[in-house]
Write a protein of this length. Structure first.
Length: 104
């Protein structure tokens, strides 16, 4: 697939932290959020930043994250060199929401 096909498509990247615990989880303890939170990057296409935030939060919820804090949002200017991010970029171009969680 060439870059020409994707000139009008903006891929957003959202950076933050997410935790499996959340206000809707049984036995929720807000003090555990900080210990449970993992760094996340979300790549997706959207019409604007508001839509990108909404889609990212919905995707994180679908992945089982009950709480998320998104700190930064930006536009990706082409396919990343890192294979993990390159795969996520192309998933986003294809209309998917790619969630990269850094466990460890």
């Amino acid at each position: 697939m060439s870059d020409e096909c994707c000139e009008d498509v903006h891929v957003y990247v959202l950076v933050g932290r997410a935790s499996r615990a959340g206000p809707l989880a049984d036995g929720y303890d807000p003090s555990e959020d900080e210990n449970d939170a993992v760094p996340v990057n979300v790549l997706l296409t959207a019409t604007d930043e508001g839509a990108a935030i909404s889609r990212a939060l919905a995707a994180l919820a679908n992945e089982g994250y009950g709480r998320a804090e998104l700190d930064r949002i930006g536009i990706v200017d082409g396919e990343p060199d890192d294979p993990t991010f390159a795969a996520a970029y192309w998933d986003a171009i294809d209309g998917e929401v790619a969630v990269i969680a850094f466990h460890g």
